[in-house]
Design a protein. Structure first.
Length: 192
């Protein structure tokens, strides 16, 4: 089973995944990352010194995703593992399709190719207001995306909401403004 965790920066994805891993007996992976090539691409994408065109950014995320799916995800899933994945295609739909205004359907088509059609069984969307999420991460050094500004994150949040509304059978929307233990409890209940 493939369970993805999505949400704005500062929504609490890392905390939720840490809480879910043991009770679900899941292997945890992150995006971009999880395999050497994807980790190297992650370093490029995070570098605040680089000016990356939105289309190039989109293609880099898709390339990292393609390698992760081929090298780790498909073998783990074929072996019967439950995988908890920190971000997946929905992140690109929201960040590049919505946030960068490149179009959700164009990004969806590119990622269908990159993943060879692999789709999550369930997606946990941590819903938080953009200002609150950004306030939570204000103390750390901002990466390239985190420096993009409030309007960018408002478009991302709106796109996530639209994605969840379009696929209610896959998405579990959780109020990330709640205490982490409440979010974890609600996530476990919904997944059971």
């Amino acid at each position: 089973m493939l369970i993805t965790v999505e949400g704005l920066d500062g929504a609490g994805k890392t905390t939720l995944i840490a809480g879910l891993a043991r009770p679900l007996g899941a292997t945890v992976l992150r995006e971009p990352g999880g395999v050497e090539l994807s980790e190297r691409i992650r370093d490029l994408l995070s570098d605040p010194e680089l000016d990356i065109d939105p289309r190039a950014e989109t293609l880099l995320y898709a390339a990292a995703r393609a390698q992760l799916v081929a090298s780790r995800l498909r073998p783990l899933l074929a072996g019967g593992e439950t995988v908890l994945l920190d971000r997946f295609v929905d992140s690109s739909l929201a960040y590049q399709g919505g946030g960068r205004a490149l179009g959700v359907e164009q990004i969806r088509a590119l990622n269908a190719f990159a993943t060879d059609g692999l789709s999550p069984d369930r997606t946990l969307l941590l819903r938080i207001e953009p200002e609150r999420g950004l306030a939570r991460i204000a103390g750390r050094e901002a990466d390239r995306l985190e420096r993009a500004g409030g309007e960018f994150f408002a478009r991302i949040a709106q796109t996530y909401d639209e994605l969840a509304a379009a696929e209610p059978e896959r998405f579990i929307v959780l109020d990330a403004a709640q205490p982490p233990e409440t979010v974890l409890s609600e996530a476990l209940k919904a997944l059971s």
